[in-house]
Design a protein. Structure first.
Length: 490
């Protein structure tokens, strides 16, 4: 049997107290349960519901078909840590100084989904990858250059009642051993563990998520369960039963197999929710943290980097849509339409304000949010979002407004600006900046205004107290961080 450490009594008492509002107990029947799932490096074209005919994802496809597929959904970050910061906070990662993977950490002052829902009577759990700071003050999977003394920011100190997490990526098979496991163990509620950490990694983490969900359901307490799969991030290895499903596909069988392994665990989750009688009152969300790793495979039969960005240009580390447009769906029986595909641009930054609207929880009035409540869009009551969606990576800053996308490289020189109409040009190859100078100028002004706002947030202007000093200097556009490999099509 898998191990599961019960929620510490002090945390349990806190959640009980937090459920009392106006003398009434807040039960799960009055508030929907929230399960937010994310894969790591899964490309837009790597699921059946987005047209892949090789990779078997029947459980994800069923949920997508019974819910609403988000066709134009952005991870916002083209690498993992930035996306994860925005996912939990509703804010752009540059506001927190998380420029790229393994940089910065989730500040304790940030108002997260977990913090918001705990104050609204929910119990909260996080399972799988963390990647928003170190889990030890003395060691890091990335070595001492990661500054574990400075970037210690574990989920058990970020408002999660229960957690089973690694600092960064592990092998998708036998995650508890091998080079990826060095200084990178699974921590269960703050304690490093080597129990039940072999075999399929997706099964290993679901073995911890399901008991948390079951315990909450039996208490009739609403729950937030964040499940961040490691697959299909490298190191990629599929178990024997999954390799057998893709015989004849060479090394790509490992990539395909570990995605099908995720799919099986999603099916297992769904069966558990049904057996507990809470499936109809549970919102399920699924996406990826960025596009697929590596260059476009020249021979899919011989590579593990077999991910597909679909018809979009770019891959992981690119601000082109192949690096940031990811597979996504939302499933909520009786609340979200079934069999619908939405083409409105949406993003992970919308999760916090949307969950707030769904649950009746309140956001902080003095905290700037870059996402918005898109529940009316999910429900089909509204066709478009109101806010633009900003991006920033390396030397590029971007803005999506409606179906137009602007990419700039300099705050002062607009000669290299690129404007694309994504409704007609998914490859981002036809630059319209000269043809639409007014729109280009308007979007540029908005984007530069966002960057100034993010700079002020990074300096701690929205945080209270004295501990607001940023851990790194601001990265100005045009000079710092020439790390992006996403040279836009010219």
């Amino acid at each position: 049997m898998p191990s599961f450490h019960p929620i510490p009594i002090r945390m349990f008492l806190f959640t009980v107290v937090a459920t009392l509002f106006g003398g009434q107990f807040v039960s799960a029947s009055e508030h929907p349960n929230i399960v937010l799932m994310m894969c790591d490096d899964l490309g837009w074209g790597d699921t059946g519901f987005n047209g892949n005919t090789t990779i078997q994802t029947p459980e994800l496809d069923a949920l997508a078909n019974e819910g609403t597929v988000l066709d134009h959904f952005y991870s916002v970050g083209p690498v993992c840590s930035p996306t994860r910061a925005s996912f939990l906070t509703g804010r752009h990662y540059f506001r927190m100084g998380i420029w790229t993977a393994n940089k910065g950490h989730l500040p304790s002052q940030e108002f997260t989904l977990a913090r918001m829902l705990k104050t609204h009577g929910y119990t909260t759990g996080h399972f799988g990858k963390w990647h928003l700071g170190t889990l030890s003050r003395t060691v890091s999977a990335k070595g001492m250059g990661r500054r574990p003394d400075l970037h210690y920011a574990p989920p058990w100190e970020r408002d999660y009642d229960a957690s089973f997490v690694t600092e960064s990526a592990v092998c998708t098979w036998d995650p508890g051993i091998g080079k990826r496991a060095r200084n990178n163990p699974y921590y269960e509620n703050g304690v490093a563990t080597d129990e039940n950490v072999l075999g399929c990694d997706s099964r290993v983490l679901m073995d911890r998520a399901l008991p948390f969900i079951e315990a909450a359901a039996k208490r009739d307490q609403p729950f937030l369960s964040v499940i961040w799969f490691h697959a299909p991030h490298e190191d990629i290895q599929a178990g024997p039963e999954y390799l057998a499903k893709y015989e004849g596909h060479g090394e790509a069988a490992h990539y395909y197999g570990c995605i099908t392994a995720v799919d099986d665990q999603v099916g297992r989750l769904r069966k558990k929710l049904a057996s507990l009688g809470v499936a109809d009152n549970t919102l399920l969300f699924f996406c990826s943290d960025n596009g697929p790793e590596g260059g476009e495979p020249s021979n899919r039969m011989k590579t593990r980097r077999a991910g597909s960005a679909g018809e979009f240009s770019g891959r992981k580390r690119s601000v082109l849509d192949g690096g940031v447009r990811v597979p996504a769906f939302v499933h909520w029986p009786g609340q979200i339409p079934a069999g619908v595909r939405l083409d409105a641009p949406l993003s992970v930054m919308d999760l916090l304000p949307t969950v707030a609207a769904i649950t009746g929880a309140e956001t902080l009035p003095n905290r700037l949010l870059d996402g918005e409540n898109v529940l009316p869009v999910w429900k089909g009551e509204q066709t478009q979002r109101e806010k633009s969606i900003p991006f920033r990576y390396g030397q590029f800053a971007c803005l999506v407004r409606g179906k137009h996308k602007l990419i700039i490289e300099s705050p002062n020189d607009d000669s290299e600006d690129r404007l694309f109409d994504l409704s007609k040009d998914v490859s981002e190859s036809n630059n319209l900046a000269d043809q639409k100078p007014e729109l280009t100028a308007s979007m540029r002004t908005e984007l530069l205004g966002f960057l100034e706002s993010a700079k002020a947030s990074h300096a701690g202007e929205e945080y209270e107290g004295d501990d607001t000093k940023p851990v790194e200097k601001w990265h100005p556009l045009g000079k710092a961080g020439r790390r992006g490999n996403a040279t836009p099509n010219r």
